[in-house]
Design a protein around this ligand. Structure first.
Ligand code: DGY
Length: 432
């Protein structure tokens, strides 16, 4: 409806900070990596110049090794506006960037897909917009390639051809039950929380956020990675958390497919072919290595021990985005979605599991962004009826409850931050 469109556009306006969009003024006052991608998808409809500026701001903070930081800190905010702030990360100066300007972690590489989406919609805004889009694509392309190479080469901790994440924050699904068994072996040093005070629970209901014990582990992992100079060599030996996430790796392969399209527009046919081959390779490894034949579901794998996570989570549904996924596995994902464990819109974790928590962040609530990705997967595999059902259900949720960060999986109540950017941005795409 027109009303929902206008409220979504207003949220994006309110969260525009001059050269990037913040996810939420209250809870996340800097720029976040995968948020920027979802936000660009929405800005493509209302302000493509801002969409490009957002992506540029993020990639201007790319490290020389190709990693794109999960947070780019706004220099005009104070250290304690967000925890852990720039001083905790203590990233050295690099390239043209001053010290402490970002974190050293990454997030799912959705930016090639976002750039492709913004480009695709440029013609609706006229010739000047198309020219702008081509210029921006040409600027972004080598940077997007460097991002992929960093993940494929330096992050292949298990030596299997998949990218490992070194922190739950890198998955974007912070406290997902998918990491529980790995985190059990990571010490939770509660004294770290006396040294480092959380800020999220000062501005949001603590029952809707990760626990203190989670945070003690999160900080411990940050300090270990930081003290190793954010180096990725011998990760599996030096770092207690190295996990192959099916969601992250499905996005990695999807990025190669988007890069193939972008390379095509830029007239780089050989590169386009190489990207399509890479997508097929990653898909084949996801299909082989993250598939649990006993339960016919996709799971996260601990790259250090080789063990699959016992938890069924929304990340295990995301391989549906891959066009070359074997049909039997795509069908199994649809069966899992239709089961009592998930349903549409899909909650972040198995409704029937003892760990299911209707309020706590990625342990139960419904998130718009992963459902948006699932909907793309349904379209890829020809489930157009369910894709449309999901689209309507997501719009109904936001229309009735507001542009919240996440939603109660039974009542639909809005949870976390209000006026949340990616919810608003994806609403625009779902309405268009
Ligand atoms: C947070 O602060 O909760 C973020 O998800 C970390 O990236």
């Amino acid at each position: 409806s027109a009303e929902l469109w206008q409220s979504a556009a207003r949220v994006l306006d309110l969260n525009w900070s001059g050269d990037h969009t913040v996810p939420s003024r209250r809870l996340y006052p800097h720029q976040w990596s995968w948020d920027a991608a979802f936000i660009a998808v929405g800005l493509a409809y209302v302000n493509p110049t801002r969409a490009w500026r957002d992506l540029r701001s993020l990639f201007e903070a790319q490290w020389p090794d190709g990693r794109v930081p999960h947070i780019v800190f706004d220099p005009d905010t104070a250290e304690d506006d967000y925890f852990p702030g720039p001083g905790v990360w203590n990233v050295p100066a690099y390239g043209r960037r001053r010290a402490r300007s970002s974190t050293g972690l990454v997030q799912p590489p959705l930016h090639a897909l976002a750039a492709w989406e913004v480009y695709r919609h440029a013609s609706a805004h006229g010739a000047a917009c198309v020219a702008e889009a081509r210029t921006e694509l040409a600027w972004l392309y080598p940077r997007l390639v460097a991002q992929q190479e960093y993940l494929a080469e330096r992050r292949d901790a298990g030596g299997t051809g998949l990218a490992a994440i070194v922190h739950p924050w890198e998955s974007g699904l912070d406290n997902s039950p998918a990491w529980d068994t790995v985190l059990d072996a990571v010490p939770a040093d509660m004294s770290l929380l006396e040294l480092h005070r959380r800020r999220d629970v000062a501005v949001t209901d603590a029952a809707q956020r990760p626990t203190d014990e989670d945070y003690a582990r999160y900080i411990g992992l940050v300090l270990n990675y930081r003290d190793g100079g954010y180096s990725d060599t011998e990760l599996a030996q030096r770092h207690p958390f190295a996990v192959e996430c099916p969601g992250f790796n499905s996005i990695l392969a999807t990025a190669e497919l988007a890069l193939a399209q972008i390379a095509g527009v830029l007239g780089r046919t050989t590169d386009a072919r190489r990207h399509r081959d890479r997508a097929r390779e990653i898909t084949a490894v996801v299909s082989r290595r993250l598939w649990d034949p006993d339960t016919r579901t996709f799971r996260a794998r601990d790259a250090r021990t080789g063990r699959l996570s016992p938890a069924r989570c929304v990340s295990g549904l995301l391989p549906l985005m891959l066009p070359d996924l074997p049909a039997g596995q795509a069908d199994a994902i649809m069966t899992e979605i239709r089961s009592e464990r998930f349903g549409l819109p899909a909650p972040s974790a198995d409704r029937t599991a003892p760990s299911f928590d209707t309020h706590r962040y990625w342990r139960g609530p419904i998130w718009i962004n992963v459902n948006w990705l699932l909907r793309r997967g349904m379209q890829v595999h020809g489930h157009h009826g369910e894709a449309e059902e999901l689209r309507r259900a997501l719009l109904r949720l936001v229309h009735e409850h507001g542009h919240y960060e996440y939603f109660h999986p039974e009542t639909g109540q809005g949870l976390g931050a209000p006026a949340f950017s990616w919810t608003a941005a994806l609403c625009l795409d779902l309405l268009a």
